[in-house]
Design a protein around this ligand. Structure first.
Ligand code: NAP
Length: 623
């Protein structure tokens, strides 16, 4: 087996289907070359060597034909396109999966362009406030502008990009394949890496905002403090501070504030008495020179595990405080540049970029979701695995960690997780984690932290003297929308309504808060599959179509019906309680203070796609 795309940079399956698309001849897509649907998701699954050789023979033949036919043939019919999609997917897919994949492929135009424009409707343009100019806010502004809305984006920072603006720690890079972590309507042919570093991502979002004309609509350095629904005028009054203090009136408010932007410093005794430098990964201090310093990193989540390999060679001593080890997933291409041959082919065959991206989307869309679901007949301990597939993943992941630490049994004993794969986000690795922990100047401490003193960190009777403490301790993810005060119909207070458990209909709308939409809202995060950009694209589609429906129906406001909202939340909660992140008692930012999973979407991505195509008017009270 050798066709896993993370082992084979060209991705022969994507190239073959792209060549067929370009040449207008799909005869090479024969069933004997169907990929196993698990290809890309399970190590060792893919084409046999014979199938791979046959695919490469066909690719060579078609590349020769390309010499005579450099221009793409006419686009295939929708039915022929679906056949090609299904070939890449390894067999027939449901209508909703086919629709989702067609939108993601985006070869037949941009399917998510708004279906309406203000000029078609005899009403003044809708005034929309978008809060946050990160990945979701930029996209929302673009789509709303396409529909002819009046848009203002309030951004508390001095620049756009949200998480990619704020997280400047060394080693920060995207942990889903770059091609998937990009908008379907802005596919980028020149990602330098499979998982690009932060500056590249930041530039991508800046470029999108510029190309889409979003920039002039952003008010930087302006923080929204409150939003209050005015029952008498059917408007939101939005209060801001910063560069633009004051009150503004809008028809619709869109919260695009993200989930991971309020850093948390842990409640550890003595924390504030530390006399050296101390900072959070998301508030990186470039002015603190770490070279030759004794440094502590507290936490081993996704942020810390990117920082540690970068600073380990620079500092004099590094002490890593790990409370819970992470599962590592072997990604040989984690730090690898895109193959130059692939970049050249993107130029010669424009469809290749789209199929290359779709292959990655398809491989990650389900990811390990099946393995993360409880098999009711599974009789193994749930703190180990939740199904046969979950147990198999555990064995594969454990095998990888054992391989990595084979020469260091002392470390191995500390780094194998004791919870099922998927209960927390797993971390991409290419050997860099073991390499870092094995360095002579690095020590891993797994005893609990008792206190922080003026000169270091104390654990179980040991004192670790350090000059700098770096907190990789995550974010206050459950405090959705904090510190904003949002007041809806009849004075309903969103913070009181939610308490510790944010809930919204499909992560977007909340009863008594008319014309208020959240993007990347409650229960729209994913753990073991997909990319959140997909969720934002779907949610933005729903938002823009909702406004379109109101306008075409001559109405001003929509408020989700409580019974519709509650039924959907019950459905989500029931499903999350059978997912590994709901079953395991391990710490994670997916759980609120009450233990409810307030973050994660437990269903296939295609379900979210289908639900967000068009709002159902019956789900809302509308006036
Ligand atoms: P995180 O996953 O919440 O990790 C926080 C870490 O701090 C955990 O290891 C946690 O231990 C530890 N910790 C918290 N309080 C502690 C205490 N009192 N004592 C000792 N250790 C403590 O935060 P993150 O690493 O910033 O990542 C958050 C999310 O951001 C990720 O899950 C991912 O979705 C996203 N992210 C993505 C990327 C990327 O795309 N490249 C990079 C970074 C982050 P426990 O596990 O025991 O709680």
């Amino acid at each position: 087996m050798n066709s896993r795309h993370d082992l084979e940079p060209t991705d022969a399956a994507a190239l073959l289907v792209a060549l067929c698309d370009h040449l207008g001849d799909a005869s090479a897509l024969t069933p004997n070359l169907h990929l196993d649907p698990l290809a890309g998701r399970m190590p060792g699954v893919g084409w046999t060597d014979e199938q791979s050789a046959e695919a490469h023979r066909r690719i060579s033949e078609m590349l020769e034909r390309l010499e005579d036919q450099p221009e793409p043939a006419a686009p295939p019919s929708p039915a022929a396109r679906r056949t090609m999609i299904e070939w890449l997917a390894g067999g027939p897919v449901s209508d909703r999966s086919a629709g989702m994949l067609r939108d993601e492929l985006a070869l037949d135009g941009d399917a998510r362009t708004p279906s309406w424009h203000v000029s078609d409707v005899d009403r003044p343009p809708t005034r929309v406030a978008v809060i946050g100019a990160g990945m979701s806010g930029i996209l929302a502004a673009y789509r709303l502008l396409q529909a002819g809305c009046h848009v203002i984006v309030f951004e508390k920072n001095s620049g756009l990009g949200g998480t990619w603006f704020e997280n400047v720690y060394p080693g920060c890079r995207v942990d889903v394949p770059n091609h998937v972590y990009s908008y379907s309507c802005a596919q980028k042919a020149d990602w330098p890496f499979h998982h690009s570093p932060r500056p590249v991502l930041h530039e991508y979002f800046q470029d999108c905002a510029e190309q889409w004309g979003v920039g002039p609509h952003i008010r930087f350095g302006v923080e929204v403090m409150d939003a209050t629904w005015d029952d008498t005028t059917d408007e939101w009054r939005v209060g801001t501070i910063g560069e633009q203090d004051g009150e503004h009136r809008f028809d619709v408010v869109v919260s695009a504030v993200g989930q991971l932007n309020r850093p948390v410093l842990p409640e550890i005794e003595g924390r504030d008495g530390f006399e050296g430098e101390a900072f959070h990964t998301a508030r990186w201090r470039d002015d603190v020179d770490l070279s030759g310093k004794r440094v502590a990193v507290i936490g081993t989540g996704a942020s810390a595990m990117q920082v540690i390999p970068e600073i380990a060679p620079v500092v004099e001593e590094l002490t890593v405080f790990q409370r819970t080890p992470a599962w590592l997933v072997n990604r040989p291409l984690y730090h690898a540049p895109l193959d130059q041959g692939v970049l050249d082919l993107f130029e010669r065959i424009p469809a290749y970029l789209h199929w290359f991206r779709l292959r990655r989307f398809w491989d990650t869309h389900q990811g390990s979701l099946d393995a993360a679901k409880l098999d009711p007949d599974w009789d193994g301990p749930l703190e180990r695995s939740v199904s046969e597939m979950s147990e198999l993943l555990r064995e594969i992941f454990t095998g990888y960690i054992e391989e990595q630490f084979a020469d260091r049994p002392d470390l191995l004993a500390q780094v194998v997780p004791n919870y099922p794969v998927g209960a927390k986000r797993f971390i991409l690795d290419n050997g860099i984690w073991a390499e870092s922990l094995k360095r002579d100047n690095v020590s891993l401490v797994t005893d609990g932290i008792d206190r922080i003193t003026a000169s270091g960190v104390e654990t179980d009777g040991d004192h670790h003297d350090v000059d700098v403490v770096i907190y990789g301790t995550g974010f206050s993810a459950s405090s959705f929308l904090a510190p904003m005060a949002v007041v809806g119909r009849g004075g309903a207070d969103l913070r009181e309504r939610w308490g510790d458990d944010a809930r919204a209909y499909y992560g977007m709308t909340v009863p008594d808060f008319p014309n208020f939409f959240c993007l990347y809202g409650p229960n729209t995060n994913i753990v073991v599959n997909g990319s959140i950009i997909f969720f934002s694209e779907c949610a933005v589609n729903y938002l823009v179509e909702s406004i379109g429906q109101l306008r075409t129906d001559g109405l001003s406001a929509m408020d989700v019906r409580p019974e519709v909202h509650d039924a959907q939340i019950q459905h989500i909660d029931a499903a999350n309680s059978e997912m590994v992140w709901g079953l395991s008692s391990v710490n994670s930012w997916y759980k609120s203070a009450t233990g409810r999973i307030a973050q994660n979407w437990p269903f296939p991505l295609a379900d979210y796609w289908a639900a967000t195509q068009q709002p159902d008017r019956a789900d809302y009270e509308r006036w």
